[in-house]
Write a protein that binds this ligand. Structure first.
Ligand code: DGJ
Length: 729
């Protein structure tokens, strides 16, 4: 059992293997937040919560208890309007226009397992015993609003999920103005804030800074989770690092605009909250209707950022990703995007696939440009029928030619978009997001289809399904290459226009659910100009994501390191591309590019027909090596050793869950005069076991490799890398 209710003190204790989360119902019915952190045994938990009477500027709603002010109380789901001046978790607008709410305890339910979230992606329990759920129901009787706070503990996985459902039980309609998924009040402000920020081709840089009084945080207003900010935030105790110290992570299972904030109040407490971005959002809740927030996943680690990451990795790999590919190793692929861009024909494609097959690759992916008359990015999105000029014999013929080479065939789509120059747009000019009488702003010469509309979702879903049925397609790359502007829907009434962006996400999720369940044997990879929608929401439908459009191995050090703070290696697409690199024009060796790309779902994205003989030999070895390594890479545990954000060197390793084997990679970016002699200290091995070093021979104790370390060979020149493999003997 993981959730205990002490009916005497009205305390809920949500316990996992190593963590505790404690809620207390005060006598007034308000759920107070008591504790989140390292596991404690049950005992007098009600004594943890401290309250004191503050000055007259902290209002006291209950005169008989002057120490109870919402302004200073640590709460579970704070309201707006009754004396808490910090960020509220929710805000409503009543029919009379006012925005005050106060919701108090009505009832609760504890049960085994984990409920699904209607229309939204979420982590799941495969067996009832893995998880236990608490539903805490609060009621604002004046507004006729029921708020159901749902908490699920994954006992063995050390994770806690939270989400909220709003139910209008009154007779009038209500407006929801703010509906965050979680809020936690920390007793102090002695933390650093960690988040993952970036840009197109430079996603998920690790940012860390000390909390300061006031509001700080991140958000996306782009209608997608975005390249700029990832839906993840963490508080780190002062001094916490990769391997030590308290770390509190929150990750949102959502692919749309979000907010994540830490607010330090005048009393030096910190409120951490996260959810759908309330900016330009509202939701009309008619009598009898309900609204479900996305899920937030809370992970506490007492052993630094690395342990938090490994918890997220395991949870997301095994209890967020679904389908037959969840537990299957992924094929080594070759993608033609950087090889040909839009300029290809069936023979060229077949030639690349043939070269890939000879080198041991298993899947050919036909990227953008196969449909409509798409010779550049100015047209045809929405016209999902084959371009007979480029592929006169059609898709089925091409797929079969690729299959005949013993390669699977994969295909690129960008289903959420429409080009103004397309048959679809000429037929349905109102199918895109737009605002009447305003310009339709283009991004990459394209508009965003209005996925808040069921008819649009149905029609696009039908088109994609038809193509997938038309040929032996084993893999789909689902791309999305711009953010939303003029967010309005032709079908929604004025009072619901601000629901459009969230309804779009619900529509997208419904199409993804439909397509992925209709084609369970297709491997789906999501993409948004690389990693512009690398988030847990997409991983629920598609177990891997194209990590970044930047394929330069040196840039990838930061991108993949930052991504690994939350996401498992099995979710990251990672390819060897040509030099000079197309994004940053850097030259690096094939060896280095291979070493970096092998720490993910490995592939190539260049014209294989142009390889010289010695390059072919290297690639053949790389593919063979990756095949040996891939179950370790895709299902093992990752340990970060050296951060590219802190110096000239980056290193990481992956250890099998049973510690029977490991691989470590070290990269030095720039050569330096008088290099230091360097020992790389490994992590995660069994100190009592001996490991054979596969490449160099020799047997080393796990303790030796972790405490004394591994001598890094003397490397000459810029952009050097080493890969070591170890097997337990
Ligand atoms: C953006 C993707 O990230 C690229 O990999 C490629 O698929 C292009 N779109 C195609 O337009």
């Amino acid at each position: 059992m993981s959730i205990f209710y002490d009916s005497k003190d009205h305390v809920f204790h949500l316990q996992s293997k190593e963590t505790s989360y404690v809620i207390q119902l005060l006598h007034t019915g308000i759920p107070a937040h008591v504790y989140w952190g390292r596991k404690i045994r049950s005992g007098p938990l009600a004594t943890i919560l401290q309250r004191t009477e503050r000055c007259s500027f902290s209002p006291t709603p209950f005169p008989e208890d002057m120490s109870l002010s919402y302004d200073t109380l640590a709460q579970e789901y704070p309201a707006y309007g009754v004396g808490d001046f910090r960020n509220p978790a929710y805000q409503i607008q009543a029919p009379n226009g006012t925005t005050t709410s106060e919701a108090i305890y009505d009832k609760h339910r504890i049960y085994k397992g984990k409920p699904t979230l209607e229309g939204l992606p979420a982590t799941y329990a495969e067996h009832e015993d893995e998880a236990e759920t608490l539903e805490l129901e609060l009621v604002d009787a004046v507004a006729g609003l029921r708020i159901i706070l749902t908490y699920t503990v994954f006992g063995e996985l050390n994770a806690l999920t939270r989400s909220v459902r709003f139910l209008n039980e009154g007779t009038d309609s209500l407006k929801l103005l703010r509906t965050l998924s979680m809020s936690v009040d920390f007793r102090d402000s002695n933390y650093d804030l960690l988040h993952l920020s970036g840009t197109w081709a430079g996603e998920r840089n690790v940012e860390r800074r000390a909390l300061a009084p006031g509001l700080q945080g991140i958000e996306s207003r782009r209608g997608s989770s975005s390249h700029g900010q990832n839906p993840f935030i963490a508080l780190l105790a002062k001094g916490a690092d990769e391997d030590h110290g308290d770390v509190y992570g929150v990750s949102l299972v959502y692919s749309g605009g979000f907010t994540a904030q830490a607010e330090v109040d005048p009393y030096k407490t910190t409120r951490l909250s996260m959810g759908v971005n309330p900016f330009d959002f509202s939701w009309l809740l008619e009598a009898g209707e309900s609204f479900q927030t996305p899920e937030a996943v809370l992970v506490f680690s007492a052993d630094g950022i690395g342990a938090m990451s490994r918890t997220y990795h395991k949870l997301y790999r095994t209890r967020l990703c679904r389908g037959v590919f969840r537990d299957q190793t992924r094929p080594v692929l070759v993608n033609n995007w950087e090889a040909t861009y839009f300029d290809f024909n069936a023979d060229k494609i077949e030639a690349i696939a043939k070269a890939g097959s000879e080198l041991g690759m298993e899947l050919f992916v036909l990227d953008d440009g196969w449909f409509g008359h798409r010779d550049n990015d100015r047209s045809s999105l929405g016209d999902w029928f084959v371009d007979c000029k480029k592929l006169p014999e059609g898709l089925e013929d091409l797929a079969k030619r690729v299959n005949a080479l013993d390669m699977q065939f994969g295909l690129w789509f960008e289903p959420e978009m429409i080009s103004p120059d397309s048959e679809l747009y000429r037929q349905h000019p109102d199918w895109c997001l737009h605002v009447p009488n305003r310009r339709r702003t283009e991004g990459r010469m394209q508009l965003v289809l209005d996925f808040s509309r069921a008819d649009v979702c149905q029609a696009i879903g039908d088109q994609i399904a038809d193509v997938l049925r038309s040929a032996p397609i084993s893999y789909v790359k689902w791309d999305m290459n711009r953010n939303m502007t003029e967010i309005g829907s032709a079908l929604l009434p004025p009072e619901r226009q601000r629901e459009t962006a969230h309804r779009y996400m619900l529509g997208l999720y419904s199409v993804l659910e439909r397509i992925t369940s209709e084609f369970p044997n297709v491997l789906f990879e999501s993409c948004s100009g690389g990693g512009g929608r690398f988030d847990p929401g997409m991983l629920y439908y598609m177990p891997q994501t194209w990590t970044s459009d930047n394929t330069d191995a040196i840039s990838r050090l930061k991108i993949q390191y930052g991504t690994s703070i939350v996401y498992p290696l099995s979710s990251m697409g990672s390819h060897v591309s040509a030099v000079p690199n197309h994004q940053v024009h850097r030259n690096t060796s094939l060896e280095l590019r291979g070493h970096v790309a092998m720490s993910g779902n490995f592939g190539y994205e260049l014209d294989l027909t142009k390889f010289r003989e010695e390059e072919k030999a290297t690639v053949k070895e790389q593919v063979a090596l990756y095949k040996e390594l891939r179950s370790l890479v895709q299902f093992g545990e990752q340990y970060r050793l050296l951060s590219p954000f802190e110096g000239n060197e980056t290193a990481w390793m992956i250890v099998a869950e049973d510690k029977s084997e490991a691989v470590a990679v070290y990269v030095r970016v720039l050569a330096e005069p008088n290099d230091k002699l360097y020992h790389l200290r490994l992590k995660g091995l069994d100190p009592q076991s001996d490991y054979e070093w596969i490449e160099g021979g020799g047997v080393y104790g796990g303790d030796h490799l972790m405490y004394a370390g591994l001598p890094v060979p003397h490397l000459q020149g810029d952009f050097q890398s080493v890969l070591w493999r170890f097997k337990k003997i």
